[in-house]
Each structure stands twice: as C-alpha cells, then as structure tokens.
Design a protein around this ligand. Sequence first.
Ligand code: ZN
Length: 167
Amino acid sequence: MNTDQPFFRFNPNAYAEGRSFKCSQEVCEVCSRPCVWKYTGSIYAVATPIVCARCIAEDRLGAFLDDGLFALHDIEIVGAEPALAKEVLQRTPGIACFNPYEWPVLDRAPLAFVGYGEDEELIALPGARAAVEERFGEFGWDYAPSQYTLIFKEVNGDRYRVVIDLD
Ligand SMILES: [Zn+2]
C-alpha cells in the first residue's frame, strides 16, 4: 500500500485528474513533509493550510486547526452513524460543488461519491444510469450526461443515489 496515497472509501476516486488532489512537493503545513498528493479541495474552517492526503486520512487536520467542527465539504449529512458522518466531513476529501447539498445516506451509512454523470464508464455500470434517470425524472427531465450530476454508490452494496448540483 502506498502510504502517500491513502484510500478514501467515501471518495474512492479522489486522486483522479481534476478531483481532490494534485502531485506536489510543496511542504504540508500539518506534517511538515512534502505533500506528494496535495489537497486542492475546500476546507471550511478559519484557516486553510496546505495539507497532504496522509494528514486528511489520518485525522491530523482537526488538531492542527484546533477546530473540532471543521469540514472538507459543503454538505448536510442526515441520519448517518455519527462516526461515519464525521469520517465523511473531516477525513474524506471534498468534492467541488456549486451549492450545499445533502450527502446520500442509506441504512445509517453514507454512500461513496463515485463520479459525475458525464463519465460514460460509470454510467454504463448496472444501476448507475437507472439512478440518474430516476432522479432526472423527479425533475421532469430527460436523461442527459451532465457534469452537474453527482453519483453516489453504497460502499458495501450496489444501490446508487444521485445529487443534482446546478450552478
Ligand atoms: Zn501532511
């Protein structure tokens, strides 16, 4: 396992190009080591230090910020086990979004963000497109690939949920 590139179960594709990290030798302000993977997402806190993937995964950011309520997401998360909700908010790299949204939860477990509606390979997976079509249908829209469609999937299951994030 590459410890400079820890896996985030609620954002498993966080290292994909243009997502939550970029390769960088800048020094992480939390652990004082070269980042390797520098976080490029938002930090909702008073300070926004340069931080590496390791420090997010290993829960060092809250102590550094001296802020137990900081978050890496502009979301609401309702009905999840508190420890899992905290893992999403503080130990899962954030997802760029235009508006605050509600992170999907099923059976008290947060789902994982797996990608956007413009990702053809993702949409081809069983269940993914159906979930998007169902959500679009609630708005009275026809299906279309869209970067504004956030797709979530159960960590230990195959159910999908879809969030529409319009700008
Ligand atoms: Zn660090």
